[in-house]
Design a protein around this ligand. Structure first.
Ligand SMILES: [Zn+2]
Ligand SMILES: [Zn+2]
Length: 343
């Protein structure tokens, strides 16, 4: 069967290869992958960024997918053939102290599919049902495969940012997580303002404006002027830092209100230099948010099923054969979420 694989440890270095189909154990199900989407971490693997030098090659890439169960092992109880499902991205041990506390996303053996072990950019996968969530009947596979990045945004916005209805929330970085965090923040009754740079003006910021969001090009506009002009204030209540650019952290502290919250969601390839005295004097809460919890998958499926998010805006379809084009389009910010259709 077809698989999109990282085969060389350099920028690009991917290939469409034929791999043997998996054989599920008695405790696993076999899933026919319908849709799979490219995530920011897949882009780090594609570009071979320093944050992802730990990957192994060759490896089947990808961790965001939706599909249908076509075989169920004799020990599987809660799932049956024909069930439509999404798959959690993180592999966890289930026995370390974090896992025992229910924080499987902080597992000592934390591993994202498609990095050191084969992922989901292929036609079939064998998987233990503990990693599955059922998809609501009317939710299309196209939208369902965005459950995982939406869960990451939900964990950051709902669990880790102390956002209240009416809050002004500055979201720095309009990548897929920043975009999805905008939808969630709005659904929470807050007012998101999304800031990007000039290269985001081609596709990302216009898409967000089309969906009715306030946006800022931080290279051309002054955030304080925008806040004063449109919102009659000088400060925001919360910053969700989704850009992964360490230089964004200092100005974020500057624009936060006293007692506000800065939540770090991006992965930083450069060490941040920050004057933390400003944070102390304003008693700013600095938090971070990693991946998602089990409940965030369920929240995200409900949010998607509510049909209130403008999710179709940000996806574009590619065949597996056009994988390189899909990755390049994502790297060059032409498409927020490329989706592969495997069957
Ligand atoms: Zn992802
Ligand atoms: Zn663990």
């Amino acid at each position: 069967m077809k698989a999109i694989r990282k085969v060389k440890r350099k920028y690009g270095g991917i290939a469409i290869e034929n791999v043997p189909p998996p054989s599920p154990t008695d405790e696993e199900v076999l899933i026919k992958i319908k849709t799979a989407s490219i995530c920011g971490s897949d882009l780090h693997a594609y570009t071979y960024s320093p944050t992802h030098h730990y990957i192994t090659t060759p490896v089947t890439m990808g961790h965001e997918c939706a599909g249908e169960i076509i075989e169920a092992g004799s020990q599987v109880k809660d799932y049956r053939i024909g069930d439509r499902v999404v798959v959690e991205a993180i592999l966890y041990c289930g026995t370390c102290s974090s896992c025992m506390e229910g924080n499987t996303h902080l597992c000592d053996e934390f591993e994202v599919r498609g990095m050191k072990r084969d992922g989901v950019f292929t036609e079939q996968i064998a998987i233990h049902p503990k990693y599955l969530h059922k998809i609501p009947d009317d939710l299309p596979f196209d939208q369902a495969c965005l459950t995982e990045p939406l869960a990451v945004a939900a964990h950051a916005a709902i669990d880790n940012s102390r956002i209240s209805p009416g809050d002004l929330v500055l979201i720095t970085g309009p990548g897929p997580i920043g975009m999805l965090a905008s939808y969630i923040t709005k659904a929470m009754g807050a007012v998101p303002i999304i800031s990007g740079i000039s290269s985001d003006e081609e596709v990302r910021l216009p898409l967000l404006r089309k969906s009715g969001f306030h946006t800022i090009n931080s290279e051309k506009e002054d955030i304080r002027f925008v806040l004063h002009h449109y919102f009659d204030t000088n400060h925001v209540d919360v910053v969700l830092e989704c850009s992964g650019t360490s230089q964004v952290i200092q100005p974020s502290l500057g624009v936060l209100r006293k007692g506000g919250t800065l939540t770090l969601v991006g992965l930083y390839s450069k060490i941040a230099q920050v004057d933390l005295t400003q944070a102390v004097r304003k008693e700013i809460t600095i938090r971070s948010s990693c991946a998602y919890e089990w409940k965030n998958f369920e929240q995200s499926l409900k949010l998607l099923d509510s049909n209130t998010l403008d999710i179709d805006n940000i996806i574009a379809h590619y065949s597996a054969e056009d994988a390189e084009q899909a990755f390049e389009d994502a790297v060059n910010k032409k498409v927020p979420k490329p989706i592969f259709q495997f069957s």
